[in-house]
Design a binder for this molecule. Structure first.
Ligand code: SAH
Ligand code: AVI
Length: 710
């Protein structure tokens, strides 16, 4: 009976032998769709004939493993010259640009060579291997996979040169289309980069070492074809200011006007792919661009390429989509040795180290990369002008540039303040808008029901003051449910302009309303109504009725409310009518219940802000460690909503770390309540007068009709 150790050893050896056989079979299978003629041609100096790849990978195992084993006789002494790629220590070789001249040995001879070497390799793999030999076999397997990818790159280039544009395989998949990229922020700091540990990695990925990163933003997806088209249409290939000098020189010399495989096709573009020529799909990622083009694009887009350390940190954190299954991604890092790198001794030491100058690192993996080949530490590298590898573009930005951007900047500033706070307008992503609608259905949240009932009563009166053909401009329209009461009472309204920061809520509401009011021109505006949003051109000359229901005005501070009311007066014009709903001061029990409902919907709405920060700004909030809290401030007549940390903790978001003490809160919303006097005073400060006011039965809610002060 073999002991346990022997059993394990046989299992491991068998598995290496099986992996060897599978790897070698896959290489051959990749040539199934090819004719012998396809496999002999070389389309450019960088590419090799398929036949050469089959022979060279075989030569690799023969040279580095079999030649050293006792009793092995080299298959054919001339093959060392023919199929050595670049190993100086192993002697002279066929010049790379002339590999296409090797019509002999014939394909059949090379297939026989593969079988011969495979037989001997299986014998070698079936006896005990020392660690160095096993490592060389692993290198040979990884090398075989690299050539599987090269084979496909080289075939695509070859077929792209053919006037017939043959398909390598008509079933070859296109990369999946998807949404546009968004930037995700990541904090800076000291991080470990590169490969540690025992699993296979190339020498150039080692050793693991510490790097310092500034906070940065990185795109979650790759640049798409339609984004690249915009670059072309904006003169991207004609503006030297966007280009590195060497890149501009090469682009001129080679007359680049688009990615390598794009062809003009009437008014549009087609693209050569492994599945043949295909119309360019706008929402697929751009492929086959050089580093020079990628860098020019990034500059044009107000961004830059990520460094390889930034890429690796983001990939390790799970921030990247299309990380390793679409295209290798250019980084702005020059390919060089990691601190502590030493090339191996002997010929195999030439594998990676001697190329460490004049090339750029690409990270990730491509659609043509064998599954499981790449790793998060994997460093691919090419010269900056090369384009035939399946390369794509992922953008990055310095966090300082990202600061100018609304949400990130507001979160950074808000969480850095002594009383941490976040603006309530960020509640309303798609989920937040749905949660708000759910709040309106809770038994405790009376404002929606009270205002709707009141509006139903007074809509006729309001309608009477709306001029014929007027445009109804609604601020924070949300689901646009209350709007229907006005539209029904005032069929003479000429156009509807819903304004909302929540694109999802706006799109859904506009769709539903269009179905109910097919004759009404609908002109939705997605945006922040506290900024100077222009109204659609079509309504500029119409009389305007403003509509601001829901007591959303109560979510402003008084100063913000005055500023908003002033700008609304300008926007709506001198003859405007402005209908504003505002909640009324009442007993604190009713108020507190409305903002802390028993089902916890308001708590979910509040905590969704943290979920949104996690998703969009790469935060790591654990919403379960925060409690929703509503407080009534009797002095200032407002409900204050907070998220209170249950524990001492450090949370990361937007590239920064924020410390919370247990009991410390983020202040997320004010909801001011008004009396007729306090509301009138607010309106007056902004140049409006209350020309009519209606108040509902308890729990009270008020609707005001404002007109410009004379
Ligand atoms: N008017 C509806 C919805 C009120 S909820 C009602 O009365 O029921 C508040 C709405 O205002 C949400 O749809 C939210 O997305 C929108 N909103 C909040 N702040 C905004 C801002 N600064 N700019 C534009 N819309 C905003
Ligand atoms: C939109 N706004 C008027 C609501 C309010 O009542 O202040 C938002 C809300 N917050 C908690 N519940 C509802």
């Amino acid at each position: 009976m073999p002991d346990n150790q022997t059993l394990q050893f046989h299992a491991a050896a068998a598995s290496l032998a099986q992996r060897y056989a599978a790897r070698r079979r896959r290489t051959l299978a990749l040539t199934d769709t090819l004719q012998a003629e396809d496999m002999a041609a070389q389309s450019m100096p960088d590419a090799s004939p398929a036949k050469w790849h089959l022979a060279h990978t075989t030569w690799f195992f023969e040279t580095f493993l079999l030649s050293a084993s006792a009793g092995y006789r080299v298959y054919d002494a001339s093959y060392g010259y023919l199929f050595n790629s670049y190993y100086e220590a192993l002697g002279p070789r066929q010049p790379r640009p002339q590999r296409g001249l090797l019509t002999r040995p014939a394909l059949a001879d090379i297939l026989a060579y593969r079988r011969h070497v495979d037989t001997h390799m299986q014998a070698l793999l079936n006896v005990e291997l020392d660690g160095d030999t096993a490592a060389l076999v692993e290198l040979g397997l990884a090398h075989e996979e690299q050539h599987q990818e090269l084979l496909l790159m080289d075939l695509l280039h070859l077929f792209s040169q053919s006037p017939l544009k043959p398909a390598y395989d008509t079933r070859w998949p296109h990369p999946a289309p998807g949404p546009r990229a968004r930037y995700l922020a990541r904090r800076g700091g000291l991080l470990r980069q590169g490969a540690d540990g025992a699993g296979f990695a190339f020498d150039n990925e080692r050793p693991g070492h510490m790097v310092w990163l500034q906070g940065y933003e990185i795109a979650d997806r790759l640049v798409s074809n339609d984004e690249w088209l915009a670059f072309i249409e904006d003169g991207g290939y004609r503006r030297p200011a966007l280009w590195l000098a060497d890149g501009w020189a090469q682009a001129q010399a080679e007359q680049w006007q688009a990615p390598l495989y794009w062809r003009r096709d009437g008014d549009g573009w087609s693209q050569m792919t492994l599945a043949g020529m295909a119309p360019l799909a706008p929402d697929e990622p751009v492929l086959h661009v050089s580093y020079y083009e990628a860098a020019a694009y990034a500059l044009w887009a107000g961004a830059r390429l990520p460094t390889e350390a930034e890429w690796e940190a983001a990939a390790t954190a799970g921030m990247l989509q299309q990380a390793d299954d679409v295209a290798w991604q250019w980084t702005q890092s020059a390919y060089g040795a990691y601190p502590g790198f030493r090339a191996g001794t002997g010929a195999v030491g030439e594998y990676n180290g001697k190329f460490m100058v004049g090339q750029q690192v690409l990270r990730g993996g491509a659609g043509i990369t064998p599954p499981g080949h790449a790793r998060v530490t994997y460093r691919n590298f090419y010269r900056p002008g090369q384009r035939w590898m399946q390369s794509g573009v992922r953008l990055a930005r310095d966090l300082a540039a990202a600061d100018a951007d609304g949400f990130a900047a507001d979160v950074r500033a808000g969480l850095s303040a002594p009383q941490k706070q976040l603006p309530p307008k960020y509640f309303y992503d798609a989920i937040g808008s749905e949660l708000f609608e759910a709040i309106c259905l809770t038994p405790e949240y009376y404002p929606t029901r009270a205002e709707t009932a009141l509006l139903r009563q007074v809509a006729g009166e309001i309608a009477a003051s709306i001029p014929a053909g007027a445009a109804l401009v609604e601020f924070g329209s949300g689901a646009s449910d209350k709007t229907r009461l006005l539209l029904d009472a005032a069929p003479h309204i000429g156009a509807y302009v819903p304004i909302d920061i929540s694109e999802d809520a706006l799109a859904k509401a506009a769709g539903r309303l269009a179905a109910s009011y097919p004759a009404l021109p609908m002109l939705p505006v997605a945006g922040d109504f506290t900024t100077a949003l222009p109204l659609p051109h079509a309504v500029r000359d119409l009389p305007k009725v403003g509509f601001f229901p829901g007591s959303t005005i109560g979510n402003f501070t008084p100063a913000e409310a005055v500023r908003f009311l002033r700008s609304a007066r300008t926007l709506l014009g001198p003859d405007a009518v402005f209908i504003v709903g505002a909640d009324v001061v009442k007993d604190s029990a009713t108020l507190l219940a409305a903002y802390d409902d028993a089902q916890g919907v308001t708590a979910r709405f509040n905590k969704n802000l943290l979920v949104r920060i996690n998703r969009e700004l790469h935060g790591d909030f654990d919403p379960a460690t925060f409690d929703h809290q509503a407080r009534w401030n009797a002095e200032l007549n407002r409900i204050e909503m907070h998220l209170v940390s249950r524990i001492d903790q450090i949370v990361n978001a937007v590239g920064h770390a924020y410390a919370f003490k247990a009991g410390e809160s983020v202040y997320t919303e004010n909801s001011h309540k008004f009396t007729a006097e306090s509301f009138g005073a607010l309106a007056a400060q902004a140049g409006w007068q209350v020309s009519r006011a209606w108040t509902s039965a308890a729990p009270q809610f008020a609707i005001y009709r404002l007109t410009p002060q004379p």
